[in-house]
Design a protein around this ligand. Structure first.
Ligand code: CP3
Length: 351
C-alpha cells in the first residue's frame, strides 16, 4: 500500500504526519457528487449501484490528499435489507415504510440475508480495485442501538419518544431488537472485510441521547458484542475497529474498554482531556467542529492547529471532523483543512 498512515495511526503506531479523512467526505458539498446522484436518479439508486457508489467514493480523493477512503453507502441499508422499506423524502431525510413497533414484528425480526446487501460488498471490491493501493478503504455500519432508533421511530427524531417509551416500558423488546441488530452488524461488517474493507467504523450517532445507565445497557453493551465479533486480521494485517458515539464524551473510559482500537470524538470534547482519560489504550479520531469549515482558510488553519495541539505529539491521532461535513461547505475549505493538517503535523510524532 502506498499510504498506510491511517491504518497505522488507528493502531497507535507512529506516522510521519497526522492522517486525515472526513466523515461524509463523499456527499452533497461536491458538485460532482450531485451530478452523479442526478444521473442515478436518487440517493438510494446511487448507493445500490456498485459502479456509481465506487465513483462517488473516489471523488473526494481526486480533489484532496485524504489518507483514507470510506465506502459510499448508508447505515440504513441493514434495516432496509431486514424488510423495513427504506426511502428518502426530499428535505426530510430517511423514512421506513414498516417501522418496528408491534411485538409480533419484533419477535419475527431476523438478521438479513447478506445477498440483499451484495451491492455493498460489490462496491467495496470494485473500489479496492480502483484505489490500486493508494489509500486504505474503510467499511462501516450503524451501531445496533442507532439502527434501532431509526427502525422504531421510522425515521429521524427530535426526542426519540417512541424509542424511549419502548426502552423504559418494554426493555425486553428493546433487547430483542438490539440482539438481532448486533448479529446483523457482525455479519455485515465481516462480509465487508471479506470484500476488501481494511478498517471498520461503527457509527453510534444517537447513543449520546441516552441516560447514563441506558447508554451502558442498550448502546455500549451491544457495540461491544459487535466489536468482539469482528474479524481481526485480513490480507495479513490487523483491521482497525473505530467506535464513534456522538455526544459520548461522558463515557470515554468505558468506551476505551469496549474492544475498539480507536474512538471517534465529537467536537465538544477536548482531545487532550480525552487522551488523559483513556491513556494509551486506544487511538482517537476527530474532532474539528464541522462548522469551522465555513470560516476562511486562515481561521480553519488556526482551528486545525488547536486540535493538533490538544492531542499533542504522540502517535494515535486520526484527524477528522467531530461529525459529518455539512452539505453547504465550500470544497476549497476542505482542501485548506487537509493541507493544514498535513503541513502542521509534519514530524510531530515521527517514529
Ligand atoms: O462518510 C461518507 O462519505 C460515507 C457515506 C455515508 C453516508 N451516510 C452517505 C449519505 C455514511 C458513513 C453515512 C452514515 C450515516 N447515515 C449515519 C451515521 C453518521 C452520522 O451522520 O452520524 C446516519 C445517522 C445515517 C442516516 C442518514 N442517511 C440520514 C439521517 C440521512 C439524511 C440526512 C442528510 O444528511 O440529508 C442520510 C442520507 C445520506 N447518507 C446522504 C449521504 C451523502 C445524503 C443523501 C443525499 O445525497 O441526498
Amino acid at each position: 500500500m502506498q499510504n498506510d498512515t491511517f491504518l497505522r495511526a488507528a493502531m497507535r503506531e507512529a506516522t510521519p504526519y497526522t492522517p486525515i479523512w472526513v466523515m461524509r467526505q463523499a456527499g452533497r458539498y461536491l458538485p460532482e457528487y450531485n451530478e452523479t446522484r442526478r444521473k442515478a436518479g436518487s440517493f438510494l439508486a446511487l448507493a445500490k449501484t456498485p459502479e456509481l457508489a465506487c465513483e462517488v467514493t473516489l471523488q473526494p480523493l481526486r480533489r484532496f490528499a485524504l489518507d483514507a477512503a470510506i465506502i459510499f453507502s448508508d447505515i440504513l441499508t441493514v434495516p432496509d435489507a431486514m424488510g423495513l422499506g427504506l426511502h428518502f423524502v426530499e428535505g426530510e431525510g430517511p423514512k421506513f415504510a414498516n417501522p418496528l413497533r408491534a411485538e409480533r414484528d419484533i419477535m419475527a425480526l431476523e438478521a438479513p440475508d447478506l445477498e440483499k446487501l451484495r451491492y455493498v460488498f460489490d462496491a467495496i471490491s470494485l473500489t479496492r480495485k480502483e484505489l490500486k493501493g493508494r489509500v486504505p478503504l474503510i467499511g462501516f455500519s450503524g451501531s445496533p442501538f442507532t439502527l434501532a432508533c431509526y427502525m422504531v421511530e421510522g425515521g429521524g427524531s427530535d426526542d426519540f419518544r417512541l424509542l424511549k417509551t419502548m426502552l423504559y416500558s418494554r426493555p425486553d423488546l428493546m433487547h430483542r431488537i438490539l440482539a438481532t441488530n448486533a448479529r446483523a452488524v457482525i455479519e455485515y461488517l465481516n462480509a465487508q472485510i471479506a470484500a476488501g474493507a481494511q478498517a471498520v467504523m461503527i457509527f453510534d450517532t444517537w447513543g449520546g441521547v441516552l441516560a447514563d445507565a441506558a447508554f451502558h445497557e442498550f448502546s455500549l453493551a451491544y457495540s461491544k458484542q459487535v466489536l468482539a465479533g469482528i474479524t481481526r486480521t485480513s490480507e495479513g494485517r490487523v483491521v482497525p475497529r473505530i467506535l464513534f458515539t456522538k455526544g459520548g464524551g461522558a463515557w470515554l473510559e468505558a468506551m476505551a474498554q469496549s474492544g475498539a482500537d480507536t474512538l471517534g470524538i465529537d467536537w465538544q470534547t477536548n482531545l487532550g482531556d480525552a487522551r488523559r482519560r483513556v491513556g494509551s489504550s486506544v487511538g482517537l479520531q476527530g474532532n474539528l467542529d464541522p462548522m469551522a469549515l465555513f470560516a476562511p482558510p486562515e481561521a480553519i488553519e488556526r482551528e486545525v492547529e488547536r486540535v493538533l495541539r490538544s492531542f499533542g505529539a504522540a502517535p494515535g491521532h486520526v484527524f477528522n471532523l467531530g461529525h459529518g461535513v455539512s452539505q453547504y461547505t465550500p470544497p476549497e475549505h476542505v482542501a485548506a483543512l487537509v493541507e493544514a493538517v498535513h503541513s502542521r503535523s509534519l514530524g510531530a510524532h515521527a517514529a
